[in-house]
Design a protein around this ligand. Structure first.
Ligand SMILES: [Fe+2]
Ligand SMILES: [Fe+2]
Length: 166
């Protein structure tokens, strides 16, 4: 068996996040439809457009690598999104729905942030400055989304406490 190097790990991880972003792209419209607050709906819709850009940047990374753009099943994102689906079903119509959606969405953002952080570091190690810049650009949008969700979470959490606790 050939020795695997950082190059192999790098390519595998690009495939992992490419798969993950595609799943996220499918999930965001569902989350936007489910959200009760118009601001949260708008945040999910905005991030869906950004996610299309993330996939486009990953396509550029595949080009830089001279490899076909191909995903590799990422069980982590499947698990995170499955939990989100569960919240949508179990909390449908309840005051805690938006707080649950935000917590799921933030789990997604944190997964993306950890992946892009690692990929940026590895790209620099491998002398791929252009790829590092692409990861950096996406990382900025994931972090901004995470922060925006934290702000929206403030009011969603108050709503989630319900009338009794108000
Ligand atoms: Fe993303
Ligand atoms: Fe994201």
């Amino acid at each position: 068996m050939a020795e695997k190097t950082l190059n192999d790990l790098f390519l595998d991880t690009v495939k992992d996040i490419y798969f993950a972003e595609k799943q996220v792209l499918k999930a965001l419209p569902k989350m936007a439809r489910a959200a009760q607050s118009p601001d949260l709906k708008a945040a999910f819709e905005k991030h869906k457009l950004e996610t299309e850009g993330h996939l486009e940047r990953l396509t550029q990374v595949f080009e830089l690598l001279g490899k076909p753009a191909r995903g590799k099943t990422c069980e982590a994102i499947q698990g995170i999104l499955a939990e989100g689906e569960e919240i949508m079903e179990e909390f449908k119509g309840s005051p805690a729905l938006d707080a649950g959606l935000i917590s799921s969405a933030q789990a997604v953002e944190h997964y993306e942030i950890t992946r892009y952080g690692t990929l940026k570091t590895w790209a620099l190690q491998l002398g791929m400055k252009d790829a590092a810049a692409l990861f950096e650009a996406t990382l900025g949008e994931e972090s901004a989304t995470d922060e925006a969700l934290s702000v929206l979470g403030g009011s969603a959490n108050s709503t989630a406490k319900g009338k009794r606790a108000a």
